[in-house]
Ligand binder design. Structure first.
Ligand code: R7I
Ligand code: MG
Ligand code: MG
Ligand code: MG
Length: 356
């Protein structure tokens, strides 16, 4: 397996940041009109020379788009891995909770804040316990474990390690297997994307092979049944993606019905993976001057719903696959803390190589 270069690490973190910051502008809308989205994006681009001095109204230049909880937690994952040199559950939990305390208004999920409050208590001795107590002991199935997981495959090169530490990092807040299995799937997608050059078919086949194994354990089976789902729900959706990709076009309504645009990991991680794979090809509705990474983010946001989270997950995958060459400077520079993101990517690359 070829070793990925630093451009993929930078692409991954930048793609994730773009997805969150751009997606957050539209989060929670059931319908996002493409002309409005494209007009918003034009406002991020440098003014044409003849307009110099007269900035277009509504233009947004220079770190003007704040990141949300998705990035706040992704940064804690990365900062913990960099500080400790490996996964450390106590350190990571502490960073999640301290970050929440410092900036509670980043748009966190409604229930996860109870986990942070318990983690902040000196009485907390098992950092996984607060997550297990969520939702009457069933644990959260939200997409919060998946949205922040990209740092794991940027440190661990081995597939078994990616699965193990994606799961543990997610279990700090998401004890339901429908939550942490989504994090495993997202981490595996970034892991495969880092290799670059994989065809859609190979990419999906590999994910299906892994997830059929991941979802076959007793807890995954019983959690899915308890919520009224069929067995192996993530694997099933990956197979649906395979079907979708065989058609030349799939209407948005079908994507929303089968894959979703919601805050459950099961209704958002497969959607992000589908968006990445679909947008390898051009889209008649999206102007051709946008590259595949831009197209991926535009497509995710156009689906509405949990736009910041779906776009940040797809952005991380696409950024790892295409590398930083596809990250448009004007978009990146519109995002809060983009320079720090670049520095973190460089340090992650160094740690990844050091650990090989
Ligand atoms: O998963 P989580 O961190 O939320 C992430 C989302 C992203 O869209 C972010 O951008 C941010 O907006 O929030 O936070 P949780 O609170 O654990 O889960 C999110 C939501 O999923 C919860 O507030 C519930 O509405 C729902 N949810 C559940 N509902 C019923 N029963 C998660 N688990 C359950 C459940 O078991
Ligand atoms: Mg968010
Ligand atoms: Mg969100
Ligand atoms: Mg900051």
């Amino acid at each position: 397996r070829p070793r990925p270069g630093p451009a993929r690490f930078r692409g991954c973190l930048a793609g994730a940041l773009l997805g969150d910051c751009l997606g957050a502008v539209f989060e929670g809308r059931s319908v996002v009109k493409l002309p409005e989205l494209l007009s918003f994006l034009r406002g991020l681009e440098p003014a044409p020379p003849e307009e110099e001095g007269g900035e277009a109204a509504g233009s947004a230049r220079g770190e003007s788009l704040p990141y949300t909880d998705d990035t706040a937690m992704s940064r804690s994952v990365v900062q913990s891995l960099l500080a400790r040199g490996e996964f450390d559950e106590v350190d990571m939990a502490k960073r999640f909770a301290e970050e929440y305390k410092k900036e509670p208004n980043r748009g966190y999920g409604m229930a996860v804040v109870n986990v942070f409050k318990k983690l902040l208590s000196p009485k907390c001795s098992d950092v996984f316990e607060p997550a297990r107590a969520q939702f009457n002991g069933k644990g959260s199935y939200g997409n919060g474990g998946a949205m922040r997981v990209a740092g794991i495959p940027l440190v661990y090169a081995d597939t078994q390690d990616v699965k193990k530490f994606a799961k543990l990092s997610a279990e700090l807040t998401h004890a339901n297997s429908l939550g942490y299995n989504g994090a495993i799937l997202q981490a595996l997608a970034v892991h495969l994307a880092l290799q670059g050059g994989l065809s859609r078919e190979t990419f999906l086949e590999q994910l299906i092979g892994h997830m059929e194994h991941v979802e076959a354990d007793d807890k995954s089976l019983s959690d899915a049944r308890a919520l009224g789902f069929e067995d192996l729900p993530f694997s099933r959706r990956l197979k649906k993606i395979k079907e979708f990709l065989e058609f030349s076009s799939v209407p948005k309504e079908d994507v929303l019905f089968e894959l979703g645009n919601g805050i459950a990991a099961l209704r958002s991680v497969p959607t992000a993976i589908y968006s990445f794979l679909r947008c390898m090809d051009t889209d008649p509705d999206i102007p051709e001057h946008y590259n595949a990474l831009q197209r991926t983010i535009i497509y995710c946001i156009s689906l509405g719903g949990d736009t910041d989270t779906i776009a940040t997950m797809a952005g991380a995958i696409a950024g790892a696959y295409y590398g930083e060459e596809q990250v448009p400077p004007s978009w990146e520079q519109s995002c809060e803390a983009f320079q720090e993101t670049q520095r973190m990517a460089k340090s992650l690359y160094e740690l990844y190589c050091q650990r090989l």
